[in-house]
Design a protein around this ligand. Structure first.
Ligand code: SF4
Ligand code: SF4
Length: 367
């Protein structure tokens, strides 16, 4: 039988997640967008907001009765599990030598409000950062400790296409807790289901009530979200079609619209490229810092003599074909989970799904 947390007891969930010194990170409305930030009390959550998304457009609209009514903002679990800027170590002068110190222990996290595509993105990052032979220690330490609390989507944004990527909208695996927010004549509640031992232990401590009629709440809402999802990527043979189009005319055309700002790679929950720099100050101390980098940056491929992808058309082609085609060769899967962030947050409104289709069907150059 389904068990639910009356919404008036939501604080009990935040308190339980934050027990044992965990930092609870959840959806917070800030500067016109929903971002993932530490939350201690219910009022800090982005309740009452709904997001409207379209290529190059994101708006928060008030009046939403749900606590988790906004689907996706520009941030994803990557922001917390694989931070944009990370000090790898610090070195200080010690007489004629140096003393190195490791960064502080990362916070133990509970990520609240993740969607099916977020969990799929974590699975992909696991494959890259834990499973490809060399483990990334900074990611591994955060990932090992994290609690994942997902919320079932009840609708889709205009930019979502997770159904065609087989990554959503139903939250089906990879969570410690799955929440389905239900509002009906019986009240406002969160149906709570555990997906791990840690999740079961948390659920056992919550003031849950029996709700026999909510057994299929998650699948019912997933079906509604799927039915409302208008965008889809034609994935059959896409790798071959894109690799066949490497010399096609489309890349020059899209480069006339693309600004090369790298925003799409920053918001993408699966992009993982970084650069490392040593930063020194005048006191004899230095830090080795890792920060997100992007295939859209000219310097990203700088070798002797200059960058290997000097033209914006080549950099856009690299982004799209790596994500949707050559990830399959590297990691055995597409690099895209269909979240639509790259499309929503592109200042030029460039739509990944439309561009993939155009690139793959454009007539090839004849030379
Ligand atoms: S490529 Fe775009 S739609 Fe796909 S996972 Fe990245 S941000 Fe989401
Ligand atoms: S596709 Fe859009 S977000 Fe990505 S680099 Fe070009 S303009 Fe920026």
């Amino acid at each position: 039988m389904a068990r639910a947390l009356p919404i008036t007891h939501l604080q009990a969930l935040l308190d339980r997640l934050g027990a044992d010194g965990r930092t609870v990170v959840g959806p917070v409305a800030r500067d016109g967008a929903v971002v993932l930030e530490p939350v201690r009390i219910v009022d800090e959550l982005a309740q009452g907001w709904r997001d409207e998304q379209a290529p190059g457009r994101y708006r928060l609209v008030p009046g939403e009765p749900r606590v988790f009514g906004a689907l996706l903002g520009p941030q994803s679990p990557k922001t917390w599990l694989y931070p944009a800027k990370l000090t790898l170590f610090r070195a200080e002068r010690d007489g004629a030598s140096f003393r190195t110190t490791s960064p502080d222990r990362p916070p133990r996290l509970a990520l609240l409000g993740l969607r099916a595509c977020d969990l799929a993105a974590i699975r992909l990052q696991d494959r890259v950062l834990l499973g490809s032979g060399v483990e990334d220690p900074a990611y591994a330490s955060r990932r090992r400790e994290v609690l994942l609390v997902a919320v079932q989507c009840h609708r889709s944004a205009e930019t979502c296409f997770c159904a065609s990527m087989d990554t959503g909208p139903e939250v089906s695996s990879g969570y410690d807790l799955r929440l389905t927010e239900v509002i009906d004549e019986r009240g406002h509640r969160l149906v709570v289901e555990a997906g791990s031992e840690a999740g079961r232990a948390i659920a056992a401590d919550l003031p849950l009530v029996d709700v026999p009629h909510d057994d299929d709440a998650a699948s019912r809402q997933a079906a509604e979200a799927r039915a409302g999802q208008s965008k889809s990527l034609r994935t059959e043979g896409l790798r071959e079609r894109l690799l066949d189009a490497l010399r096609g005319p489309h890349w020059d055309e899209v480069a006339t619209r693309c600004l090369g700002c790298a925003g799409c790679t920053m918001v993408c929950p699966t992009c993982f490229c970084t650069a490392v720099a040593d930063v020194t100050d005048a006191t004899g101390a230095a830090e080795r810092v890792r920060r997100w980098d992007s295939c859209f940056h000219t310097e990203f491929t700088h070798v002797h003599g200059g960058p290997t992808r000097a033209e914006l058309a080549a950099r856009y082609r690299q982004w799209l074909t790596h994500k949707l085609a050559t990830w399959h060769d590297q990691f055995g899967t597409s690099g895209c989970v269909g979240c639509g962030r790259c499309t929503t947050w592109c200042p030029a409104g460039i739509d990944l799904v439309a561009e993939a289709e155009r690139a793959a069907t454009a007539e090839r150059r004849t030379e």
